[in-house]
Design a protein. Structure first.
Length: 134
């Protein structure tokens, strides 16, 4: 899950800062399994590609640069990644929008270390947005 707070600029661009939690587990148990919890901070930009004249519907692209820490024992690691997605948004009310999102996210743990590794995933999400002001 993630939460992004931001603002709209120039009617087609939205800038935000997000906080996310990623959990990766693989079967195997004990020393053969993998369990990792990652906390990220993600600067985000969203750009409307196509927009309805009444501003109720839009098709847009999202890009983010998650960075943060992976919490493991005996030490924590730096995490860097990417998140690119396409969304379709509909606003039934001026202060709320619902969107469907599909994209690719990648996280790289300890990218410059000897034991570094990366995980890339394709995902789909339902997104809710609340607007304040206007």
């Amino acid at each position: 899950p993630s939460l992004t707070i931001g603002g709209r600029l120039a009617d087609r661009i939205q800038l935000g800062v997000g906080a996310g939690l990623y959990r990766v587990s693989s079967p195997g148990g004990g020393p053969n399994g993998t369990n990792q919890t990652t906390f990220t901070f993600a600067p985000t930009i969203e750009v409307d590609l196509l927009k309805a004249h009444d501003h109720k519907a839009a098709w847009y692209v999202k890009g983010a640069l998650p960075m943060g820490a992976e919490v493991t024992q005996p030490r924590n690691f730096f995490v860097l990644g990417y998140d690119v997605a396409f969304r379709a948004r509909y606003c039934p009310h001026p202060n709320f929008a619902a969107a469907l999102e599909g994209g690719v996210v990648g996280l790289f743990v300890d990218p410059h270390g000897n034991g570094g590794f990366g995980v890339t995933s394709v995902y789909g999400a339902l997104v809710g947005t609340f607007y304040w002001g206007r």
